[in-house]
Design a protein around this ligand. Structure first.
Ligand SMILES: Cc1cc2nc3c(=O)[nH]c(=O)nc-3n(C[C@H](O)[C@H](O)[C@H](O)COP(=O)(O)OP(=O)(O)OC[C@H]3O[C@@H](n4cnc5c(N)ncnc54)[C@H](O)[C@@H]3O)c2cc1C
Length: 412
């Protein structure tokens, strides 16, 4: 009979382990695991069903009020669950960019909007896309040109968005656009949610440096698309402030999820890749890869760099825990989130570079080449890390924020 607190927690640990044994794909976490193609129907379906199972088992959606579908558990139980998910390199729940919608709605949504949109996101039922960037407005997000003109209870949207992650499997999206062309900068924008099946909406893929033209990033077009007024989040003309909440959640999110243990490796997409880049897998790779007659692990310079990454990971984990609390309580500013984003993405890039140094000339072989190490996933991962230092605000923009707002340096 389970009676004491430690026994209860151990029973929960066993329960989570059994759940993962039963529900993670076969060979998950081993080199023999065959990743599904990122963005393929099979990958999306598996990701959704796994997220639903995690939710039904009570292993996700912590920190969100139960009234909106959040799961409330004692902190010790949450810690045990996250430890076990992390141990198995369990993929990040399929909530994806919907997580940003949750944080944005918690701060700015009406009661009705929160009840309508948050629960299906937590259950992994709806995939969301982000329509912020435009061909002439990336770092300068306040310069978006997409317009919305009111017509009764609806808004008519015209414009283009680009670099949209998950462009083709998005079922709902959010975007920032101009609702008042005469109002001053930052006070002329509004924030909307839209259903991707709305007439007047279309999309197409962009080619990326990994060679894929379809997989992950695309462009969105709004051509007289009508969106109901009830889908506006926050007040008309105050969309910039709503978008800042979204960006804080986004920039801080990578670090928070790394800290919470809900993500595996470099976060290359649910079941879309083997989990790579964690310290254990770096050590394993260094130990099995020979350089001039010795393994990379025998080389103290590699050992030192891997140790540095392990130390940084611990610091990032602690910072992520703090940041997570700040985001949930609404006290995080763009400064902390920018610091987090800069740290985890720049470190990711260094990890990717080191992986390629370890495998040496094999880093020239991509997915599809039978001699590529780990089926080319390592090189693919390295290339993907490049984009992380551009999306959500480039490293230069994050450094500007830190320089001006934390260090008090003069604006260039
Ligand atoms: C992998 C990936 C996924 C993405 N996903 C999405 C998405 O889902 N939704 C979305 O809306 N957008 C997305 N983006 C777009 C991303 O947010 C923009 O690419 C980013 O904000 C930079 O904008 P830009 O590409 O227009 O570059 P620009 O803003 O034109 O910048 C070009 C260069 O100039 C530098 N620069 C610009 N301004 C300054 C300044 N003031 N000081 C110093 N340097 C400066 C930048 O750092 C960069 O090096 C994604 C991008 C990538 C690469």
């Amino acid at each position: 009979m389970v009676s004491s607190e430690p026994e209860k927690l151990e029973a929960l640990r066993e329960e989570v382990r059994a759940f993962l044994r039963e529900n993670l794909p076969q060979k998950w976490g081993t080199p023999a695991y065959e990743p599904l193609e990122a963005g393929s129907e099979e990958q999306i379906a598996l990701s959704k069903s796994f997220t639903k199972k995690l939710y039904d088992a009570g292993y996700t959606a912590f920190g969100i009020p139960a009234a909106y579908g959040g799961i409330e558990r004692p902190p010790q139980e949450i810690a045990v669950i996250r430890e076990e998910l992390r141990r198995q390199g369990t993929p990040f729940p399929f909530v994806g960019l919907g997580r940003l919608v949750v944080d944005t709605l918690l701060q700015w949504g009406t009661e009705e909007q929160k009840k309508r949109f948050i629960p299906p996101i937590l259950r992994g039922e709806v995939y969301w896309i982000e329509g912020f960037s435009e061909p002439n407005a990336g770092s300068d997000l306040a310069g978006v040109q997409t317009t919305a003109v009111r017509d009764g209870d609806e808004w008519i949207i015209n414009g283009q968005k680009c670099w949209t992650s998950g462009w083709d499997y998005g079922e709902w999206g959010f975007f920032l656009c101009r609702t008042d062309v005469n109002a001053p900068r930052h006070r002329n924008l509004s924030f909307f949610l839209f259903d991707c099946s709305t007439p007047g909406f279309s999309r197409r893929p962009l080619r990326q440096m990994t060679g894929e033209a379809h997989a992950q990033y695309g462009e969105l077009f709004f051509d007289d698309m009508r969106v109901p007024h009830e889908n506006m989040i926050g007040e008309e003309g105050r969309g910039w402030y709503v978008a800042m909440t979204t960006l804080i959640a986004e920039r801080g999110g990578g670090q928070v999820s790394a800290a919470s243990g809900e993500t595996g490796g470099m976060g290359l997409g649910l079941f879309g890749a083997r989990t790579i880049g964690g310290v254990d897998s770096l050590i394993e790779l260094a130990k099995k890869t020979k350089h001039y007659g010795q393994t990379a692990w025998d080389d103290s310079s590699f050992r030192g760099r891997i140790a540095q990454i392990a130390i940084e990971n611990e610091a990032m984990r602690a910072y992520g825990m703090r940041l997570g609390k700040m985001i949930m309580s609404g006290s995080a500013s763009g400064n902390e989130a920018s610091m987090a984003k800069l740290t985890w993405t720049e470190q990711g890039k260094r990890r990717g570079d080191m992986v390629c140094e370890i495998i040496g000339a094999y880093s020239q072989l991509m997915r599809g080449d039978s001699r590529a190490v780990d089926g080319g996933d390592l090189v693919y991962g390295m290339l993907m890390t490049r984009g992380t230092t551009i999306f959500m605000g480039t490293s230069e923009i994050c450094r500007n924020i830190l320089a001006e707002r934390i260090l008090g340096l003069p604006r260039q």
